[in-house]
Design a protein around this ligand. Structure first.
Ligand SMILES: Cc1ncc(COP(=O)(O)O)c(C=O)c1O
Length: 399
């Protein structure tokens, strides 16, 4: 262990010296992940209730993903997008099969997918319409366009001047949207469940009214499903809960099972607005990452993860409602499927730190909203352990 300690301090030193300090890090060095369990360099195991910030929906190193990657890596890793390969075609077909008739552009991240949606909207507006409505407390990524679409000034501060043409409106407020739409509005972009903004679930009526408004005014309805996609809410894509389809959907995070891939999905009737040369991404949709993503679809299906997400989502929500009765500091519990938020009347840092120390990884967003987003095949036993640890943490903090 002494060696590991030396190694650890060296790692921290090298991070400090050689890596730009854009992240606040917890001092843990992980070496292994399997399903819901992460192991650190000291051999300590953690139940991961926030795997990869929404990346590892099928758990760490799912056998189907590993088999897909192992199979592909010895054959062909990268081929540029001016050629064809079988996995990209298969994956696009699989995404469309689970969503709506359309076509897919592959990139590498959520922000890149949102940039693609913004660029597509500008092309669709043909220079006459360019305004995009997004929501307060939204999160769409860190590139200039996606960051500007993000309705949180804290992320934009210092990076001005920002691109023009964005309007930010309160979430779940259809009247605000109706009054903000002008003849320059070309798109409305939102997350069906806001993740980073605090696990805010869109109302059914709100989404239905947005759909009608977009149809009436020929406005693109864009769903950022970077976090809600790939089964997270108990449907393969969250739009399915609402009985309407978006015109454009953005995917990333869990799509690649841990490998970097993002997708921009555009409905068929407008897909031809993007023409050769208008958009590109060197690494987008490589044979390796698309094969991994096919492994993710296969894992979700073979392990019946959508059903488990619905069952376990309800189970955890019920238990959290009980917890809420016992702890006045919990002001709200909300979510959809296994995307769950617990709002506190105080900062959540001490609680997540306690849980981490006791081997359970959860997250806190917006300072006071705890997030549970376990792998979609989480078991009752694992949930009980996390809930027990959270109860102890809340007790310790109140004392
Ligand atoms: C809803 C949503 N959109 C976009 C992004 C940006 O994704 P990435 O970090 O892959 O660029 C995130 C990341 O958290 C997200 O939650």
């Amino acid at each position: 262990m002494e060696n590991d300690q030396v190694k650890k301090s060296e790692i921290f030193k090298n991070y400090d010296k050689y890596i730009l300090s854009t992240y606040t890090r917890t001092p843990a060095v992980f070496v292994k992940g399997k399903g819901m369990v992460l192991t650190d360099v000291d051999g300590k195991k953690y139940l991961d209730f926030f795997p990869g910030w929404g990346v590892n929906n099928v758990g760490h190193c799912h056998p189907k993903v590993m088999a897909a990657v192992r199979d592909q890596i010895g054959k062909l890793i990268h081929i540029p997008n001016n050629f064809y390969h079988v996995n990209q075609a298969k994956l696009a077909k699989e995404i469309i099969r689970h969503s709506f008739p359309g076509r897919v552009f592959f990139g590498n991240s959520g922000a890149e997918g949102c940039e693609g949606a913004i660029k597509f909207s500008r092309i669709y507006g043909q220079g006459k319409r360019y305004e995009i409505i997004t929501m307060k407390r939204s999160f769409h990524g860190r590139t200039i366009g996606a960051m500007t679409a993000t309705g949180q000034p804290a992320y934009q501060k210092g990076f001005e001047p920002l691109p023009t043409g964005f309007k930010y409106l309160p979430f779940n407020d259809i009247d605000a949207v109706k009054s903000a739409v002008t003849d320059k509005t070309v798109a409305i972009m939102l997350e069906p469940v806001q993740g980073e903004g605090g696990v805010n679930v869109a109302d059914k009526e709100y989404i239905k009214s947005l759909r009608s408004l977009c149809d009436e005014r020929d406005i693109l309805l864009i769903f950022d499903e970077v976090q809600t996609g790939m089964g997270r809410t108990g449907e393969m894509f969250a739009f399915k809960h609402y009985g309407v389809r978006p015109d454009i959907m953005v995917l990333a995070k869990a799509l690649g099972g841990g490998l970097p891939i993002g997708a921009l999905v555009v409905k068929e009737s407008i897909a031809d607005y993007f023409k050769p040369g208008m958009h590109a991404s060197t690494f987008g949709g490589s044979p390796l990452v698309t094969k991994a993503a096919l492994g993710v679809f296969s894992a979700i299906k073979s392990d019946n993860m959508l059903k488990n997400t619905r069952v376990m989502g309800r189970y955890i929500m019920d238990k959290l409602q009980e917890l809420k009765k016992d702890f006045a500091m919990i002001t709200d519990v909300r979510g959809l499927g296994l995307m769950i938020g617990i709002e506190l009347d105080r900062p959540g840092k001490d609680i997540i730190d306690y849980c981490f120390e006791h081997g359970v990884i959860i997250n806190c967003t917006q300072g006071n909203i705890l997030r549970f987003m376990p792998a979609l095949n989480v078991t009752k036993k694992q949930a009980d352990k996390a809930l027990y640890t959270l109860r102890r943490a809340l007790t310790e903090v109140t004392e």
